[in-house]
Ligand binder design. Structure first.
Ligand code: GDP
Length: 421
């Protein structure tokens, strides 16, 4: 992996730890704030603290944009794109205090790196544990721990060191080995874009430098997968299957299997808006044509015939419950995985997880923000992969039939064989 690659990250922390300020400051230090917005920021900052020496309230930079996206979106995550000469970034900005966990889970499901914020005055809180646990559950394998508001603890190294130790231990217990720590002052920019002269005892890189340099290991040997988003059939001469490749690479001539069935064909063409390609890879949106007619519908998965995905209608999965009403076993929900929707029933809650201790507790139900390990029974088999191997085919959401609200996100662990009885 080159460092010039795209990095997806998320910021998490408790309310008021300084997430908005940190993100605003980061964009500012990276030179990513447009002139007109900068002028508005100066104006608005002067209004919030009149008469004082001009200091900029960087949280206004990100908060100010929220209004734009609060229209009819169920999961409220804004993806901001920015760039430095060394790298480009997509940061999932997850506002909303009430639904923060839900928004954070959505953001974490696509993030390579989590920037976990801790308030230097408060140290490691239950919320920090919860958010770190959810990041780990959703496949984040690298964490940057930013101990913020160092100005409010007189820049004391001993305070930083004890928070660093506690957090490292907690994060390591979640199976995340790659943890980098640094002390910051989000409001003033210490160790955000530039290294700080006020904490000479810290001689590591700034947050921006770390984000620019952190290497995300590529998933090695991932097999080709593409969930079919729609069947493109403009005339009888052409039948294409459109979707976004969610694993591996595809090439013209490659044998593929249409899952959850077992029909096979070869790739004839890889069509894009910019013309045909000889091959395409994960992340690209393409239209594929095959060398023979097969009945394919939205929701089917085109997969490498030599390494097909698994197929099952019975699963063990982790669920993060996000519904206002508790999860009750045996109720039917709509399960969406990739581009497929099926009916699903939770047949058993095997245990729930205490996010503080990771202890497995017996449970009859799952409440808002609780994590449980459950058995699921689907009314149709689907193609899937364990979440650790493929976030698209391994991740799913559950939707309540009546309210149409998203009530859970889940991660397949493995498929179960249907019991014969
Ligand atoms: P969020 O809820 O995590 O997004 O937190 P905000 O970014 O809104 O910050 C909460 C409060 O903490 C605001 O009043 C910020 O100005 C303040 N704050 C954030 N970072 C720092 C810091 O490094 N030092 C000090 N003194 N205050 C900070």
């Amino acid at each position: 992996a080159t460092t010039a690659s795209l990095l997806r990250f998320i910021t998490c922390g408790s309310v008021d730890d300084g997430k908005s300020t940190l993100l605003g400051r980061l964009l500012y230090d990276a030179g990513m704030v447009p002139e007109d917005q900068l002028a508005a920021l100066e104006r608005d900052s002067a209004r919030t603290c009149p008469g004082e020496a001009p200091s900029l309230d960087f949280s206004l930079l990100t908060d100010g944009l929220d209004a734009e996206r609060q229209q009819g979106i169920t999961i409220d995550v804004a993806y901001r794109y920015f760039q430095t000469p060394r790298r480009s970034f997509i940061v999932a900005d997850c506002p909303g205090h009430e639904q923060y966990t839900r928004n954070m889970a959505t953001g974490a499901s696509t993030a390579d790196v989590a920037v976990v914020l801790v308030d230097a005055r408060k140290g490691l809180l239950t919320q920090t544990r919860r958010h770190s646990y959810i990041c780990a559950l959703l496949g984040v394998r690298q964490v940057i721990l930013a101990v913020n508001k160092m100005d409010l603890v007189e820049f004391r190294q001993d305070i930083y060191a004890s928070i660093e130790m506690a957090c490292r231990e907690m994060i390591a217990s979640l199976g995340i080995d790659d943890v980098q720590c640094l002390p910051v002052v989000a409001t003033d920019g210490d160790n955000i874009g530039k290294r700080s002269a006020r904490m000479p005892w810290y001689d590591g890189p700034s947050l921006l430098e770390r984000l620019e340099c952190i290497e995300v290991p590529a998933v090695r040997g991932a097999a080709f997968r593409m969930p079919v988003q729609w069947v493109n059939r403009p005339d009888p001469e052409f039948r294409g299957y459109a979707g976004t490749i969610c694993g591996g690479t595809v090439a013209v001539g490659m044998p593929v299997v249409v899952q959850p069935g077992s029909q096979r064909a070869h790739i004839e063409r890889i069509v894009t808006a910019d013309g045909d390609l000889p091959q395409a890879r994960e992340g690209q949106a393409v239209t594929l044509t095959l060398d023979r007619e097969i009945d394919i519908v939205r929701g089917d998965v085109l997969a490498d015939a030599a390494q097909p995905a698994q197929v099952s209608d019975q699963f063990a999965a982790h669920l993060l419950w996000m519904g206002d009403e508790a999860l009750l076993p045996n109720r039917t929900y709509i399960l969406k995985c990739g581009t497929r929707s099926v009916s699903a029933r939770i047949t058993a809650i095997k245990h729930k997880v205490d996010v503080n201790t990771q202890a497995e507790l017996a449970a009859r139900r799952l409440e808002l923000n609780e994590v449980g390990y459950c058995n699921l029974d689907l009314d149709h088999p689907i193609a899937f992969e364990p979440y650790a191997q493929n976030r698209t085919l391994g991740g799913f959401i559950l939707i309540d039939r009546q309210s149409q609200a998203t009530v859970a996100c889940g991660m397949f662990d493995f498929g179960l064989r249907r019991a014969h009885n």
